[in-house]
Design a protein around this ligand. Structure first.
Ligand code: DO4
Ligand code: MG
Length: 286
């Protein structure tokens, strides 16, 4: 079951919807559902979505609505160096910080960093940003966990942890500048409710970057390559910290374009996770 936020073409108000087929969105407004958060907090979420999908509610054609990020009021955080591939890439990018990346992969405490305020998250189809003061920019395609305020993973979505590798590589202390800037985080297109962690770990994560008609990079990995159990990542995120609105946690990148690659303005970044869908954004300079 896919839970989304959208605006219908006829109006600008943000609605919550259920995507029950590839073509239609069930509009939950008439069922009194105006925000996603109340649903995500329910212990019987899956049953409630089944009930709502069977109710006689208005629908919209999926291609007639504008999908918005499913991040409504959750902070977005991200885990790092959760794949061997990421550990290797960071160590290459930075002689200065190589030891830190090497150590965190095996350490008990994972790397977890703040990524975005909810209101700054980029929706599907909107441009993600590359910093004008960076030379080496990449998208990071990541499985994202939707977590409620009780620390329960209630669903899965797709995150793009846009990163400036030259800034990050210059000095580890520059990580917030490499990772947090205007349009540096896209999440969407919806939250998939129902799959277990074991099922999610079977999914393929694909990244395709197009420049005009040409594919300039394509690569994939499996979510099963993520080193740490999701519960461990969530446990550390929620240690000594509360999230009254829930949180979204990006689980790290396992697809890394070659070191010679950098994004350019107007590139199209397409991230597909087999059990979720596709998140696509063009690139703009910020
Ligand atoms: O510490 C650097 C960032 C790591 C990261 O974002 C990732 O592995 O996905
Ligand atoms: Mg990342």
């Amino acid at each position: 079951m896919k839970l989304c936020r959208f605006t219908a073409t006829s109006g600008d108000d943000v609605r919550v919807g259920l995507i029950t087929s590839d073509q239609a969105v069930v509009d939950l407004t008439d069922a009194g559902v105006y925000r996603m958060q109340g649903l995500l907090e329910r212990a019987d979420l899956a049953d409630e979505l089944t009930r709502l999908s069977a109710a006689r509610l208005p629908t919209h054609a999926l291609d007639s609505v504008r999908l918005l990020t499913p991040v409504e009021s959750q902070e977005v955080w991200a885990a790092g160096v959760t794949y061997l591939k990421s550990r290797k890439a960071r160590m290459v990018e930075s002689e200065f910080s190589a030891n830190a990346y090497d150590r965190v992969y095996d350490a008990e405490r994972p790397e977890i960093f703040f990524k975005s305020l909810p209101e700054k998250v980029v929706s599907p189809g909107e441009p993600v940003g590359i910093r004008r003061d960076a030379r080496w920019n990449v998208p990071e395609p990541e499985l994202a966990l939707a977590i409620n305020s009780a620390g329960v993973v209630v669903g899965f979505t797709i995150g793009n942890d846009m990163s400036s590798r030259d800034i990050e590589g210059e000095n580890l202390l520059y990580l917030p500048q490499a990772k947090i800037y205007t349009r540096s985080c896209a999440v969407g297109p919806w939250i998939v409710v129902g799959p277990t962690e074991d099922e999610a770990r079977q999914w393929t994560i694909q990244l395709e970057i197009r420049r005009g008609v040409e594919t300039v990079f394509a690569g994939d990995t499996r979510a099963g390559q993520i080193k740490r159990p999701f519960a461990e990542l969530v446990h550390y995120l929620f240690r000594s910290q509360t999230f009254p609105n829930g949180a979204v946690l990006l689980t790290g990148a396992g697809v890394v374009p070659p070191d010679s690659f950098t994004l350019e303005a107007d590139d199209a970044v397409r991230i597909t996770i087999s059990g979720v869908g596709t998140l696509e954004n063009a690139v703009s300079i910020v």
